[in-house]
Design a protein around this ligand. Sequence first.
Ligand code: NAD
Length: 261
Amino acid sequence: MSLKGKHALVTGSTSGIGLGIAEALAREGVNLVINGFGEASSIEALRARLSHTHGVDVIYSSADMSRADDIARMMEAVVEQTGGIDILVNNAGIQHVAPVEEFPVERWDAILAINLSSAFHTTKAALPVMKQRGWGRIINVASAHGLVASPFKSAYVAAKHGIMGFTKTVALECAQQGVTVNAICPGYVLTPLVEKQIPDTAKARGISEDEVKRNVLLAAQPTKRFVAIEEVAAITLFLCSDGASSITGSHIAAEGGWTAQ
Ligand code: NAD
């Protein structure tokens, strides 16, 4: 079945992986709701570019994924404007790197809210229409850190392991209604999220930023290269395809062999 004319919401799609996923869906003729932070004029330029280049409707929501009330308002508006989402990509995420004894409570709460709870709020609101239509795709952008841990990332690893459990649970709840729920577990992708954590990791470990890239980030990734955004987007399209209809409650890891070790 072609994806043309379907509606997708991609949270955190003004940058990095989310933007790559949004672009790949638009290329298939999927109408979009994009979301995330950034300068208003650049976001409007991005919205217009996606719409004109791919001939699809693109709506922007500025909802803050750390706030349940903001998400509820966004989901209500989305149902009103689109009739309901067919494809939900829970992608928004942040990171903070610090030893657990020094981890700021406010960062812990923000990471759990954005990287985990936001997916609960969006899924809760999007699922009824998907079930009613007998077709839907929920894709949670987790991480290799949903499968294994690294030091100094307690909140992120906890949230990403949490989203793996959430993925499996929701998959079971809609398994007979044509709705699949899966996670993607990328290894390191060179996006602003990763670039921002390099100085903190260098500080936490007392090493240079180059050493962080070589000896920390890519140390666990046997391919010794960053995963491309396009690779994560391609997995998303596959999970939306008919060929992936029996894949649910599962995950696809694109971590260059990291978790094979
Ligand atoms: P990024 O920083 O490039 O993009 C994050 C996006 O989320 C941006 O659009 C940002 O505006 C948005 N965002 C942040 N806080 C938000 C909030 N409160 N409300 C709404 N939007 C918000 O990061 P990325 O690397 O593209 O990460 C995207 C997802 O991929 C995250 O869930 C991340 O954990 C996951 N991931 C990233 C990597 C990597 O190496 N980059 C690896 C595995 C998983």
